[in-house]
Ligand binder design. Structure first.
Ligand SMILES: Cc1ncc(COP(=O)(O)O)c(C=O)c1O
Length: 381
């Protein structure tokens, strides 16, 4: 027998409408209620984008060709990631079972944390660092243990060793780190993995191409090491959302249980092999950024603006109390930069992405004008 729908009442017109039947509302988990909201400033970005550490120019032209060849019929199919995972595994010198493609490294972090962190576990986080580690950890029942870097923002290795406990379950290391641009050495990573065998040591190599050093060769050797790489930065594919997580096959099996089989879309999967194949384009873009970084460092030094040494495609600078106005005036001049003042230990600091030499010459003009208007650095003397 068909039962009447208790949530529906006949409207005046005779159709069915839902009516509020109670004041009780479903409540999210308490951890979700207390977690911080994160709203990256992504609106109105039609300017020189030196705010999100993206590639500031374009991805490989070979990717454009692939996009042009995709048919509407191709879009009707669910994405198949396996064959592309094999290509990425071969590219990294690993077996396909050691590799999972993800919807950007953000999904990799989220899934890794969901797979390993449970109530009472500790995520050890050298700070300041990439915001999403703390955000995703706060949706789990684990505790985040923040380990503050000194004013030089170097990797707080000794302090991390002292903070290890039997409950340490993940140590998340962005290498190079954002927003500082500082690095952890290979020896430091190995030592942390050795001293905390119960913990996953996540090495997030989002900015690997600008640094040139990797721990990918250790994946076969150190059983608690996991590495992530994004295709959003040097490769210029941030809009396609694709990243990769690699680790021992056994850990990857657990991670795959949590990972959606469809989270990497078919456009990203179609484009990735061409992006990987075009090494010439990648090398050109990286060398352009490295040359621009050296030139821009000289501009900052001659303006007497304090900066932190960077191994990535961005530079953190100390603007001081006028950081908000600095970011605003740079944006009025057509250059977007990122205020990092609310990061732990970063009061007054602003992060500037490095693009091509030509773009950084434009940024240098706007910067010189801005510091002289605000009387910052040399302009204050
Ligand atoms: C250290 C680090 N990891 C991961 C990401 C995000 O990468 P994706 O775009 O692949 O999600 C960023 C982006 O800024 C980052 O700085």
């Amino acid at each position: 027998m068909r039962m009447p729908n208790p949530f529906a009442a006949a409207s005046e017109k005779g159709g069915l409408v839902a009516e509020p039947h109670t004041t009780v509302k479903p409540a999210p988990r308490s951890r979700v209620q207390t977690m911080k909201e994160y709203h990256p400033p992504l609106d109105n970005r039609d300017a020189l984008r030196l705010d999100f550490n993206e590639n500031t120019l374009a991805c490989s032209p070979k990717v454009r060709e692939v996009l042009g060849s995709i048919s509407t019929g191709d879009l009707t199919r669910y994405p198949e990631r396996g064959p592309v995972e094999e290509i990425v595994a071969a590219h990294l010198g690993l077996a396909p079972q050691q590799v999972a493609l993800t919807n950007g490294v953000d999904e990799a972090i989220h899934v890794l944390f969901e797979t390993f962190l449970e109530s009472g576990d500790e995520l050890l986080l050298p700070v300041p660092t990439y915001t999403m580690y703390e955000i995703y950890a706060s949706t789990t029942d684990a505790n985040t243990i923040a380990v503050q870097a000194d004013d030089d923002l170097r990797f707080p290795f000794e302090r991390l060793l002292s903070a290890l406990t039997p409950r340490t379950k993940i140590i998340a290391i962005a290498n190079p780190n954002s927003p500082s641009g500082s690095i952890a050495s290979r020896e430091q990573i190995i030592e942390l993995a050795r001293r905390a065998p119960q913990a996953v040591v996540l090495v997030d190599e989002a900015y690997f191409h600008f640094h040139g050093e990797t721990i990918v060769d250790l994946i076969d050797i150190i059983p608690n090491l996991i590495m992530a790489r994004t295709f959003s930065k040097a490769y210029g594919l941030a809009g396609l959302r694709i990243g990769v997580l690699v680790g021992p096959a056994e850990s990857m099996r657990w991670i795959r249980r949590v990972l959606s089989p469809y989270s990497v879309n078919s456009l990203a999967l179609a484009c990735l092999p061409s992006a990987l194949n075009d090494a010439a384009y990648l090398d050109w873009y990286v060398s352009e950024v490295l040359a621009a970084r050296s030139e821009f460092e000289l501009v900052l030094d001659s303006a007497e603006i304090r900066r932190w040494p960077s191994r990535a495609n961005f530079i953190l600078v100390d603007i001081g109390p006028q950081h908000g106005e600095f970011v605003r005036l740079m944006s009025v001049g057509g250059v977007l930069v990122r205020d990092r003042s609310s990061d732990p230990g970063c009061d007054g600091r602003v992060r500037i992405t490095v693009g091509t030499r030509q773009q950084m010459q434009q940024a240098a003009c706007v910067l010189k004008d801005t510091v002289s208007r605000l009387q910052i650095g040399r302009a204050s003397q």
